[in-house]
Design a protein around this ligand. Structure first.
Ligand code: SAM
Ligand code: SF4
Length: 334
C-alpha cells in the first residue's frame, strides 16, 4: 500500500509502505562450485580484485544500514567462505549496535573446518545449499564431486550447535525425485529444509520446462505426509513453513516465481563490487563506491535511504516470462 502524505513511520520503509529491515552482502563473486542454475561451466566474468569492496567498505555500508533500521544481515556470495579473513569480518559485523541477526549462506564445502569459527564469530544461523543427496546428481548440478564435504559440513554445523536451514533448488527432471528424501531429513534433524523454485537468472533456452512450482512440491509432499503449518518469526524469510507430525525439523517452500511475494519484500542487496540492487529481477543497480571513498556513515545512509525509497514495487518474472537481462546469482548473492 503506498504511503499517504503526512504518515510518520517508526521504521525504515520504501515508497510502497514496505518495511525494509534486511540487507544481503555479497562479499565475493568467487566460488568453488559451478552450479548449473547459477553460472556457466566456464564460470562468470569475475570482478577485478580492485573492484571488490574491502571489508572496511562493507562495514561502513552495514553500519549505515543498521543506523537506518536494518535488523538482519545475511553474508553471501559467490561462496563467502572462500574469501580470506571472512571470520574476522563476521565478528566485526556482530559488534554493530542495533543489529539483531547475522546469518550466512554457504554451499557448505568449507564448513568442516570453519563451522566452529563461524559460531565463535557470532553467526546465528546458516543456510546451507544442497540440491542432491546422490553423488551423480550432485555432480550434474554443481559440476563438482564435493558432496562428502558438504555432508560433513552439515554434521560440523550440528556438532558446534549452529542452527541451519538446507536450501534445495528444485528442478524438474533433475532432482525433483529427491523431494521426499529431503523432507525425510526433517524427521531426525532439527533443521529446516526449504524447497526453492528454480529461477531463470541465466535465461537458459529450456528454463520453463525445468520450473516446478512450490504448489506442486507441496502437493507431492501432501500425498505422503500429513503436514501442519508452523508459525514463523518476525525476521523470517519468504518461506511458507510446515512440519511433518512428530518431526524434529520443518519444511519450507519459497515461491519467487509463482508466489508473487513482492508485496512483502523487505530486503536490499549489495554486490561484491559495491552496487546496490533493490530488486533481484530489476536490471537497475547503483554504484556506491564513489560515496564510500568519503568514509562517512551519514552520507552512505542518506544514499541508501534514497535508493530504498525508490525500490520497485514488483518484478515481472513469472513461470512463463523473464524480462530481466541474464545474470549470475553468484554476482548478486541470491
Ligand atoms: N555459494 C553460496 C550458496 O550456494 O549457498 C551462496 C551464494 S548462492 C548465489 C545463494 C543461493 O542462491 C543458493 O541457495 C543458491 O541455491 C541460490 N540460487 C542461485 N541461483 C539460483 C537460481 N537460478 N534459482 C534459484 N536459486 C538460485
Ligand atoms: Fe557457487 Fe552458490 Fe552459485 Fe553454486 S549457487 S555456483 S555454490 S555461488
Amino acid at each position: 500500500m503506498p504511503i499517504q502524505a503526512g504518515t510518520k513511520l517508526m521504521y525504515l520503509a520504501d515508497n510502497h509502505g514496505r518495511k525494509i529491515n534486511y540487507l544481503r552482502l555479497s562479499v565475493t563473486d568467487r566460488c568453488n562450485m559451478r552450479c548449473v542454475y547459477c553460472m556457466p561451466e566456464t564460470g562468470i566474468d569475475k570482478c577485478q580484485h580492485v573492484d571488490i569492496l574491502s571489508y572496511e567498505q562493507f562495514l561502513l555500508i552495514a553500519k549505515a544500514a543498521v543506523a537506518l533500521g536494518i535488523e538482519k544481515i545475511r553474508v553471501t556470495g559467490g561462496e563467502p567462505l572462500v574469501r580470506r579473513g571472512i571470520l574476522d569480518f563476521l565478528a566485526e559485523l556482530t559488534k554493530i549496535q542495533g543489529l539483531k541477526q547475522l546469518v550466512l549462506t554457504t554451499n557448505g564445502v568449507l564448513l568442516p573446518e570453519m563451522a566452529q569459527g563461524l559460531k565463535d564469530a557470532g553467526v546465528q544461523r546458516l543456510n546451507i545449499s544442497l540440491d542432491s543427496l546422490h553423488p551423480q546428481m550432485f555432480r550434474q548440478l554443481t559440476r563438482t564431486d564435493l558432496l562428502p564435504q558438504v555432508l560433513a559440513g552439515i554434521n560440523a554445523a550440528e556438532k558446534v550447535g549452529l542452527p541451519y536451514k538446507i536450501n534445495v533448488v528444485v528442478m524438474r527432471g533433475r532432482n525433483d525425485n529427491e523431494i521426499l528424501e529431503f523432507a525425510n531429513l526433517t524427521r531426525d534433524h532439527d533443521c529446516t529444509v526449504r524447497f526453492i523454485e528454480y529461477m531463470p537468472t541465466l535465461k537458459e533456452k529450456d528454463w520453463r520446462s525445468q520450473v516446478i512450482s512450490s504448489h506442486e512440491v507441496l502437493e507431492r509432499l501432501h500425498q505422503h505426509y500429513s503436514l501442519h503449518p508452523v508459525e514463523r518469526g518476525p525476521l523470517s524469510g519468504p518461506a511458507e513453513e510446515f512440519a511433518i507430525a512428530g518431526a524434529r525439523g520443518r519444511i519450507g517452500v519459497i515461491a519467487p516465481l509463482s508466489g508473487h511475494f513482492c508485496q512483502d519484500c523487505n530486503r536490499i542487496r549489495i554486490t561484491a563490487s559495491g552496487r546496490v540492487r533493490t530488486c533481484l529481477f530489476s536490471d537497475y543497480e547503483t554504484d556506491l563506491k564513489p560515496l564510500l571513498k568519503l568514509d562517512d556513515v551519514k552520507v552512505v545512509a542518506h544514499e541508501l535511504r534514497r535508493l530504498i525509497s525508490e525500490k520497485p514495487a514488483c518484478h515481472t518474472l513469472n513461470s512463463q516470462v523473464a524480462g530481466h537481462s541474464p545474470f549470475s546469482m553468484a554476482q548478486i548473492g541470491g
